[in-house]
Design a protein around this ligand. Structure first.
Ligand code: AMP
Length: 221
């Protein structure tokens, strides 16, 4: 399966990716995670990306598309992948299409996870992430057993620096301006599946699985 998870920040792309990667045994490629890792390691890419990320803006297309093109060459992507947070602009979607065409492949589907704006803000402001294993929690909806400590690995939980109110608003504006046009881009290509992202992660996961079952056989890889 070659899938894209599309949706505004806070829609639950990362959470759903964790569920789907187990079902399909395909790698989860989160451009946000790759960029945060580059920032942490202070690579050239990380140094260039940091300022954009801190402001909630998109990192320039050419940097992100080169990063993704390189990642898609890894052997674990041979039988499919799950892209989370990419593409985020029409230019990125075109670059992905070119990259896949070059290797004789195509996308199977784009799952667009839709959540009302008020819920997004509530989800993002309460989100906490494990510094060690990346597991996500929510202060109110999905708290860890011990405050500030990951249930799975005992790692310390932190709030992403771009999950503060000001940066969240900026990220939502960027989504509307640059990423929402992808809905009609993929709709026109008959690749778009609209998923109601409200409710518990398991319910949303079931909706995605149901949508995947309707992917035409000719589209499945
Ligand atoms: P995320 O973890 O997906 O919310 O991404 C966090 C931040 O990383 C975004 O606000 C952007 O600054 C940057 N980023 C992640 N993916 C992309 C992308 N496909 N294009 C440009 N910037 C990105």
């Amino acid at each position: 399966m070659r899938l894209v998870l599309l949706g505004p920040p806070g829609a639950g792309k990362g959470t759903q990716a964790q569920l789907l990667k187990q079902t399909f045994a395909i790698p989860h490629i989160s451009t946000g995670d790759l960029l945060r890792q580059a920032v942490k390691e202070e690579t050239n890419l990380g140094k260039q990306a940091r300022a954009y990320m801190d402001k909630g803006e998109l990192v320039p297309d050419e940097l992100v598309t080169a990063m993704v093109a390189e990642r898609l060459q890894h052997p674990d992507c041979a039988s499919g992948f799950l892209l989370d947070g990419f593409p985020r602009s029409i230019a990125q979607a075109d670059a992905l299409a070119d990259e896949l065409t070059r290797s004789g492949k195509r996308l199977d589907g784009v799952m667009s996870i839709m959540v009302p704006r008020a819920d997004l803000i509530e989800r993002l402001s309460g989100r906490r992430v494990c510094r060690e294993c990346g597991t996500m929690y929510h202060e109110r909806f999905d708290p860890p057993k011990r405050a500030g400590v990951c249930d799975k690995c005992q790692g310390v939980l932190y709030q992403r620096s771009d999950d503060n109110a000001e940066t969240v608003s900026a990220r939502l504006v960027v989504y509307e301006r640059s990423t929402a046009p992808l809905l009609s881009y993929y709709g026109d290509r008959e690749l778009l599946y609209e998923i109601d992202g409200r409710g518990m992660p398991e319910e949303v996961g079931q909706r995605i699985t149901a949508a995947l079952n309707t992917v035409p056989a000719t589209h499945r890889s």
